[in-house]
Design a protein around this ligand. Structure first.
Ligand SMILES: [Zn+2]
Length: 237
């Protein structure tokens, strides 16, 4: 799911439960925080990821303070045994806040569309399922996942594209299907490649594209490590 849309959904859900009017009468200490939001950084030092997410969507002032402070998100993740937000030099980075929100902020099930508070079913593929049945169903839905990237009998350029995409984009090994990729990842990558090959003005060149994908390939071990850590339930509060 797009991290921005996930954030908007979380914000909307939180605001419906805790309207600003109720926060304003909580306590003088809270009122002082509204007057000097920079003090939030001290509170963040003792907060869990879910607490930070709640504070983050409280108001624009709190949002701005936390958005600028990457360390507080990474410290909170470390507090629950998770590695910090992975940083790639290639495109496709999360901000620490968006990354934390994707893991802990809930979102829509990618199969049935229901809101769920469960952790992402697959971090690397950025897929969320509300229950195992939805994940199973997703695995059988070609629109969501592609089962293989074939080299076929295409041109050398096409073969090179498929090899590069296969290495640069996250995959998942399924007992039945083997290696699967997220369909939207592959479609977007192919479209990006075709724009570069067509030398469309204001788009990147093929050499820029290959450079970016090579960086993604180098970042993959770190992303795989994060994926394996997220699969350990003991790490999650
Ligand atoms: Zn579902």
């Amino acid at each position: 799911m797009n991290p921005d849309s996930a954030w908007i959904q979380t914000t909307t859900a939180f605001r419906s439960q805790f309207p600003m009017a109720s926060l304003n009468v909580f306590a003088p200490a809270v009122q002082r925080l509204f007057e000097n939001p920079s003090n939030l950084v001290n509170i963040a030092k003792y907060s869990l990821p879910i607490d930070l997410l709640r504070i983050h969507v409280t108001c624009k002032a709190f949002y701005t303070v936390l958005q600028k402070n990457s360390a507080c998100w990474n410290d909170a993740l470390q507090r629950v045994g998770l590695p910090p937000c992975p940083v790639m030099t290639a495109s496709g980075n999360w901000s620490p806040a968006a990354y934390t929100n994707f893991i802990f902020g809930g979102g829509l099930c990618d199969h049935c569309g229901m809101w769920t508070e469960t952790l992402p079913y697959h971090f690397l593929l950025r897929l969320r399922a509300c229950k195992s049945a939805c994940w199973e169903a997703m695995m059988w839905t070609p629109a969501r996942l592609v089962t293989q990237i074939t080299e076929g009998s295409g041109s050398p350029v096409e073969i090179a594209l498929h090899r590069m995409v296969g290495a640069a984009f996250p995959s998942h090994f399924d007992d039945h299907w083997g290696v699967v990729y997220k369909t939207t990842d592959i479609v977007k990558a192919t479209e990006r490649f075709m724009r570069a090959v067509a030398r469309i003005p204001e788009h990147e060149t093929t050499s820029d594209l290959v450079d970016d994908w090579e960086k993604r390939i180098h970042a993959m071990p770190l992303l795989m490590k994060v994926q394996s850590r997220l699969l350990q339930p003991k790490n999650i509060p």
